[in-house]
Design a protein around this ligand. Structure first.
Ligand code: 4NP
Length: 156
């Protein structure tokens, strides 16, 4: 394919998990020299226009990445034509995306942990109501998926 690959990560609020997934994939793609378009969005509308949760910003900063300029947005039907891949952080997001996908959509839908061997079908747990350790777990999971996605997208 001559066009650069494009990936949209989707969680519920677009302030905790999917911004970290976006950051991890940008980071891994850059390290691998892979040109890629990456974005994130939420299925919900509560946080539109807001920056990521401060605990996500802290977690990204621990890995040398500044995500404070990211802004939450809601996924839209147009995203299914704009992106090659739309990747849900959990199975509820996945089911919601499936429901809203226009027929004949270009985007291929998947679950994030399906990209991590041994974790197929599992959810990236929502860390919103827990402590900072949940954000560390989220980071480990999204960065493992990001590394595998880069390998997958670089060879397509
Ligand atoms: P996220 O986490 O889906 O990973 O961004 C959440 C953020 C906010 C809410 C739920 C989940 N909320 O209910 O406001």
């Amino acid at each position: 394919m001559s066009q650069i690959p494009s990936v949209l990560f989707v969680c519920l609020g677009n302030i905790c998990r999917s911004p970290l997934a976006e950051a991890a994939l940008r980071h891994e793609a850059k390290a691998a020299g892979l040109d890629i378009l990456v974005d994130s969005a939420g299925t919900g509308s509560w946080h539109i226009g807001k920056g990521p949760d401060p605990r996500s910003c802290d977690e990204a900063a621990r890995h040398g990445i500044d995500i404070r300029s990211y802004r939450a947005r809601q996924v839209s039907p147009a995203d299914f034509a704009r992106f090659d891949r739309i990747i849900a952080l959990d199975s509820t997001n996945f089911a919601d995306l499936r429901r809203m996908a226009p027929s004949g959509a270009k985007a291929r839908l998947s679950l994030l942990l399906d990209h991590v061997p041994g974790m197929k079908g599992q959810d990236v747990a929502d860390p919103y109501y827990g402590g900072p350790e949940g954000f560390e777990t989220t980071w480990q999971q999204v960065s493992a998926a990001a590394r595998n996605l880069v390998a997958e997208l670089a060879t397509r």
